[in-house]
Design a protein. Structure first.
Length: 241
């Protein structure tokens, strides 16, 4: 499939609320609902860094929300990433091999990253990879913690794209990466990180289920408010006609 070709408009799968592709406006609403819940949870837990470093929660809850809305196999993944800080500067985040293998739980590990992916079957039998990262809003803070200026002119709260739409990792950033990441991906899976993420999910099932419900509730409220606002605008325009 050539880059930029949109996903064929498909009817909702059994039990799905939304259809693929998710409209940009709805993507923004999902992101806003998820982030709001995460901010509230961080404040309630009195986390000194707020939601920074909570990528596991964003990925696990986000994947659950997307599975419920789209009835598709969205999965939370864990490993390393490269952040583009702008001006030719990059931050490579990945735990060392010894740390990955000795950690017994995710909280013992540093510099890992979590995100969401899904593989969608296409009419020609191929699979199209969808990549979602709801924590790109934290990139400037990560750069600051690493002692680098963040001068990228295009700042985004989240990434939601097909794999072929994402530019390959620049050669200037590849030399400092571990061998498993040198395929040109900005994010790559590490099996030890993934094992720890799955254990984290098992250990915090009740919390993740509660957060998922809160996100869905906020999303419904936002969609209802948007619909009411549209109806008010329509009514006002009819009165002026």
């Amino acid at each position: 499939m050539s880059p930029g070709v949109p996903f064929a408009s498909a009817p909702a799968a059994n039990g799905a609320v939304l259809t693929l592709p998710v409209a940009p406006a709805l993507r923004g609403m999902i992101d806003a609902a998820l982030n709001a819940v995460m901010e509230e949870a961080a404040a309630e837990a009195r986390l000194t860094m707020g939601t920074l470093g909570r990528c596991a929660d964003y990925a696990l809850v986000g994947a659950r929300v997307l599975r419920l809305l789209l009835n598709r196999p969205y999965t939370a993944l864990s490993g390393g990433e490269v952040i583009d800080c702008g001006s030719g500067l990059y931050v490579a985040m990945h735990p060392g091999r010894k740390a990955r293998r000795s950690a017994r739980k995710l909280s013992e590990l540093k510099d890992y990253h979590c995100w969401i992916e899904a593989l969608h079957p296409m009419p020609d039998g191929s699979l199209r990879r969808e990549i979602i990262d709801f924590t790109m809003r934290h990139d400037p803070l990560v750069a600051e913690v690493c002692g680098l200026p963040f001068t990228h002119s295009h700042r985004h709260d989240y990434l939601w794209a097909w794999q072929e739409e994402i530019a390959p990792l620049p050669l200037a950033a590849r030399a400092q990466l571990p061998p498993q990441s040198r395929s040109g991906d900005w994010m790559w899976v590490d099996q030890d990180c993934l094992r720890l993420l799955k254990k984290y999910e098992q250990d915090h099932e009740a919390l993740l289920a509660r957060l998922t419900g809160q996100v869905l509730h906020k999303l419904v409220e936002a969609m209802q408010a948007q619909e009411e606002a549209a109806q008010m605008r329509s009514t006002a325009s009819l009165k002026l006609a």
